[in-house]
Design a protein around this ligand. Structure first.
Ligand code: ATP
Ligand code: TPS
Ligand code: MG
Ligand code: MG
Ligand code: MG
Length: 343
């Protein structure tokens, strides 16, 4: 870092990034610059709050993500939890810590990504915190959102007889990460590698996940969705969370789980099972949830009309506990509650 002091740096990272008109339209009364921010909520709505952190070497490293991607994904991962409540994201606070020797350009690029994602979802960055660290970069994003009072979608609302759905193909991010880690090329050199072209969409899934705000709102406003969760740690882990919170069992039907073509192609080439990426990979940030079976077809139609996808991949039952996989042979396998675990 050059001789810029902390306050000059914050100014440089945040000033002029979101216009006063944009902030005002978003309901901000006092944004960055005072002891705390002050903002409005829509009458009839409740506050929805979440926080997620990305740490160097754990969530990203030089060979897996560019600086702009780190910022984009940190915001997307936090916004995704708001989507998983069927809610609208409104405001964000960003806390960054980095070693003194970090270049100013690196931090500025991370902020470019943060603002790119925030602008895309009309989220106003209203504050944060900046500190030095002795080991690596950490970006932590708190998002405040809102939802019609009493209408948030919870993990604990799955009912026997529900179907289990996902809002998009899973496993692509984990396959992209697997590719990046095995190739071990600095992110700066990716663009030069023409032979990487057919891996671009997996890399994109890993570096630039799309939080499923529209899907979450469609499900919330339909009034028929029961449980909802986002896939950060892998389908197995998220389905387990719904099953445990709802005191029910979840059966995944193997034949109904979509396998993306590029994921299949990569798994074949790498000698890996695509289902492992889907079940235990994570960082897809798609939504997984349940709704009564009788509403599934109409909901799929609504999603199609909105240009979104909805796959029915299993069902909830009252007789079992935990998560099982029903294979095409008819065998039923218990699925472990494993996914990414930090400790
Ligand atoms: N250090 C903490 N202090 C207080 N609450 C926490 C802390 N860490 C997590 N939580 C809370 O625990 C719950 C589960 O958090 P978790 O981070 O596992 O969920 P998630 O964000 O959906 O998953 P992921 O972090 O994999 O995206 C949430 O309600 C979260 O707010
Ligand atoms: C370099 C590198 N190694 C491994 C991973 C995989 N990874 C890290 S955290 C996580 C779960 C979601 O995080 P959290 O639970 O903190 O929200 C996953 C799947 C990665 N992204 N980068
Ligand atoms: Mg979290
Ligand atoms: Mg979540
Ligand atoms: Mg999360």
């Amino acid at each position: 870092m050059s001789s810029l002091d902390e306050f000059a740096l914050i100014h440089r990272l945040t000033q002029g990034k979101q216009s006063p008109a944009f902030q005002q339209a978003g309901g901000v009364e006092i944004g960055i610059g005072d002891d705390a921010a002050v903002a409005h909520l829509t009458p009839g709505c409740q506050l929805v709050m979440t926080c997620d952190t990305m740490t160097e070497e754990i969530h990203f490293k030089q060979i897996t993500m560019r600086n702009q991607d780190i910022g984009y994904k940190a915001m997307a991962a936090a916004v995704s939890d708001i989507a998983a409540m069927g809610s609208m994201p409104r405001y964000a606070l960003v806390a960054v810590s980095f070693p003194k020797e970090t270049s100013q350009a690196r931090i500025e690029e991370i902020y470019e990504g943060l603002y790119e994602c925030a602008n895309r979802w009309s989220v106003v960055i209203v504050g944060g915190d900046t500190t030095s660290s002795i080991g690596g970069i950490t970006v932590s994003v708190t998002v405040l959102g809102e939802v019609e009072t009493g209408k948030a979608l919870l993990r604990s609302s799955a009912k026997p007889g529900d179907v289990l759905f996902i809002t998009g193909e899973l496993g692509r991010s984990a396959a992209g990460l697997d590719f990046l880690l095995t190739q071990s090329i600095p992110a700066k050199q990716w663009e030069e590698r023409l032979d990487w072209r057919n891996r671009q969409s997996l890399i994109q899934a890993h570096c630039r996940p799309d939080p499923q705000i529209e899907a979450g709102r469609l499900l919330q406003q339909s009034g028929v969705c029961h449980a909802l969760n986002d896939v950060s740690d892998g389908l197995a882990s998220e389905a387990w969370e719904i099953a445990e919170a709802s005191n029910a069992g979840i059966d995944l039907i193997e034949d109904r789980i979509p396998i993306n073509g590029e994921l299949m192609d990569y798994a074949l080439q790498a000698g890996k099972d695509p289902l492992d990426f889907i079940l235990f990979g994570g960082e897809d940030y798609q939504l997984v949830g349940t709704m009564p079976a009788e509403h599934a077809a109409a909901m799929q139609m609504k999603f199609k009309e909105a240009g979104l996808e909805l796959f029915i991949i299993g069902y909830v039952n009252g007789e079992t506990k935990g998560v099982r996989l029903v294979q095409s042979s008819g065998s039923v396998l218990p699925i472990e509650k494993k996914g990414y675990n930090h400790f």
